[in-house]
Design a protein around this ligand. Structure first.
Ligand SMILES: [Zn+2]
Length: 68
């Protein structure tokens, strides 16, 4: 059983590179930024899987009480 402080890994996709990886939630932003800087000269390429991003936004909104 995962514990509460174990966060799920987040799928990151890059259509330009045709890659799909999973990185820990806390590193997603850095991973996407680093990928785009190193491989795409800072242009947007990699991004969190849009479907998952929707779910994450809902989760974050719930955490912040925005859906109440
Ligand atoms: Zn890429």
């Amino acid at each position: 059983m995962p514990t509460d402080d174990e966060l799920p890994e987040i799928p990151v996709i890059c259509e330009d590179c045709d890659t799909r990886t999973a990185v820990p939630f806390s590193e997603v932003e850095d991973a996407v930024t680093r990928h785009n800087e190193q491989l795409h000269d800072g242009e947007p390429g990699a991004e969190v899987d849009p479907e998952v991003l929707d779910q994450l936004n809902d989760l974050v909104a719930e955490d912040m009480g925005l859906l109440d």
